[in-house]
Design a binder for this molecule. Structure first.
Ligand code: GLY
Length: 343
């Protein structure tokens, strides 16, 4: 498999898998949009490594760089970047390519979706987390008070998943992405367990299987009215843990702990055999992902966060569990019920 299609009411994405894939992106643009100008949005970390390669491939492109870090994912950056687009006379028939981790692809996708009411967007994720999750599925956004409060559903027309970018990724960031792959193994594709248990993971295989799992869900429920919530396995507690740690824990690390909580809930509901929870923990342990809340954390604080979060989205929490490896079930629980189930 070298290509997957995502088909949504807001447009379609082609996801291509290719080592050294920048040339393939260039060719795609030359074939489809030969007279468009190209804007590359990246951050200071990714730019420092790939600037020359990007400039050589997309010669003449307008290269814009933002400060690396989640703090950049805000309206001030949107305004600054959009002003640069205006100053450079970028029009509606031009193209924005976001090259970077989830922060960059979310931010660049958001700008592409609103600049002159929407211009073509291409995503080149460079972190494992962005490759297997953030860059696929059309969610864009910036933070305001909370994460992703301002955002759009705007699929990238082309997404390049190139495992060679992962060579420059720090080990902790790589494992951060593996937590989301373990999420797919637990809820959507049990064949990933075998892939993840190998001494050396085959990157192309896990990228393809993860992208396949995610696109299958997003194809059926683009705007998250139901099914797409399965992608939140481990995220109810994960988001709480991530936020309470003040983002000292990475997203995947927090989700890893959240998956352990999800197993506890499932087992207390008599909906998961202990072997299933043990297998998920074994995978997390193999990649040295955390499985316990750090010392100093109070369960009461997690509960408070979840309750507050609920105020934004309604009474009951749609909580995702994995009754069997590679299967999912959604249970509706109040925050109070959820608290009892993690004791
Ligand atoms: N990251 C979850 C989703 O794309 O829906």
């Amino acid at each position: 498999m070298d290509k997957i299609n995502l088909n949504t009411p807001a447009g379609n994405s082609s996801i291509i898998f290719q080592e050294d894939g920048l040339q393939a992106v260039k060719k795609w643009i030359d074939d489809k949009y030969p007279s468009s100008r190209i804007v590359i949005i990246t951050d200071t970390n990714v730019g420092a490594i790939y600037q020359t390669q990007l400039a050589n491939t997309f010669s003449g492109a307008l290269a814009l760089s933002v400060q690396a870090g989640e703090n950049t994912k805000r309206l001030a950056s949107v305004k600054q970047l959009a002003t640069e687009l205006i100053n450079d006379e970028i029009t509606r028939s031009d193209i924005i390519i976001g090259v970077g981790g989830g922060m960059v692809t979310d931010l660049a996708g958001f700008i592409a979706s609103i600049y002159m009411r929407g211009i073509t967007f291409i995503a080149i994720p460079t972190s494992l987390l962005a490759m297997v999750d953030a860059a696929i599925g059309g969610k864009t956004g910036v933070n305001l008070e909370a994460k992703n409060i301002l955002g759009t559903f705007y699929p990238a027309e082309l997404i390049l998943l190139d495992p060679l970018f992962l060579n420059s990724l720090p080990d902790r960031e790589f494992k951060n992405g593996l937590a989301e792959v373990i999420k797919y193994a637990a809820t959507l594709d049990s064949s990933l367990v075998e892939d993840l248990m190998k001494d050396e993971v085959e990157l192309l295989t896990i990228l393809q299987k993860s992208a396949q799992a995610k696109t299958k869900i997003v194809n059926d429920d683009f705007k998250e009215s139901g099914l797409r919530k399965v992608l939140n396995f481990g995220h109810t507690f994960g988001h709480a843990i991530e936020s309470i740690s003040e983002y000292q824990l990475l997203h995947g690390e927090a989700v890893a702990i959240g998956m352990i909580y999800a197993n506890k809930v499932a087992q207390n509901l008599n909906k998961q055999a202990p072997e299933v929870g043990d297998k998920i923990k074994e995978l997390l342990d193999k990649y040295h992902l955390p499985t316990e809340i750090p010392s100093g954390f109070r369960v009461e604080d997690l509960v408070e966060f979840i309750k507050k979060d609920k105020k934004r989205s309604g009474d009951k929490i749609t909580f995702v569990i994995a009754p069997e490896m590679g299967k999912y079930e959604m249970v509706e629980l109040s925050a109070e019920e959820l608290i009892k189930l993690i004791q």
